[in-house]
Design a binder for this molecule. Sequence first.
Ligand code: SF4
Length: 393
Amino acid sequence: MMKTPTGNRSHIAIYGNRNSGKSSLFNQIIGQNIAIVSNVKGTTTDPVKKNMELLPFGPVVFIDTAGLDDEGLLGELRVEASEKILQRTDLAIYVHDSTNLDFDSFEKLKKEFKRFKINYLEVFNKIDLLEKEQLKQLQEKYPSALFLSSFNDKAVLNLKDKLVAILRKNEEEETLIGDLVPYNGKIVLVVPIDSEAPKGRIILPQVQVIRDALDHGIKTYILRDTELEEGLKDLQDIDLVITDSQAFKQVSKIVKKTPLTSFSILLARQKGDLAVFEAGASKIASLKKGARVLISESCTHNHSHEDIGRVKIPTLLNKKLGHQLNYDFKMGHDFPKELNYDLVIHCGSCMFNKKTMLSRIALCKENNVPITNYGVVLAYLNGILDDSLKIFK
Ligand code: SF4
């Protein structure tokens, strides 16, 4: 389970002011001294992350963030980094210092929790330093909060149980193909092995589909695009063909009547919002010369002359529209706050959790900017979007 990719883990982030005991709590939860703890305000600078199994729930990543009341130029940058973590937070723990209560940061953050639809748990730390009467008053005033000392193992175990209960309540059955193909059904995966293919392995979206098929008792056949036509002659009653987006057009000519979709479209449905992406693609036709397009990729990789985001999609878009658009490229967690664009085109985001994509979709909505994704755009540009979405309708 420790090999579960970060994108498939629930993200639990710890927020609060400096010196509220966030890092001690983080260390106690994960059972290791990873975050540096001291009485000096602002000891946590960059967010600290640790993958762990939160039993009996499953794989999660805990994130310790810098204090929200940090000051100065560097302090502001640290607060900004903490706030960026919000976009990938599935569940937040807000830590109050019971001996030094200050609700300003909390009230501000609560608005962001609401904005990005983040569940949160309020924790009052350092209760061992309170008088009995003070504690009683706080408990009466904040009945749904947890009161603890991060050095009390039993209290931290209780906190973990609470986290598990919240995560389980919000857990959705997420499947890539389990709801599309019956048990014992057959799928063909088309995996081109060109200069873009990583040496000696297949990429994460393909691995995830294979695993999902195994989980759901679906028989899987894997072929390169170059052997597809011959290979299909050996196979009968295929329920679904799933191809790499770049080979979509070529593959659609070969499979004809069998339902066809792409890895990117499956991920778009699982990690994002297919209807939003479809609507985003429909705006392409109205993009004027020089329109601003943001191409956003969740992971950083070397770029080649065949790069899908930097080369193929811009070239195809310019060709389709008959004029040049203006492209900006962002990678990893670098997603701009100010979305001054006419369209955002996002990769399948297999390296990020669903929350990150949903937060980005929410930011686009706030800014009135349509958003779509690679697989949807390629299907649209190849005139096969409707066909590739049929299986979902
Ligand atoms: S660019 Fe996006 S879809 Fe492609 S491997 Fe990276 S995270 Fe996954």
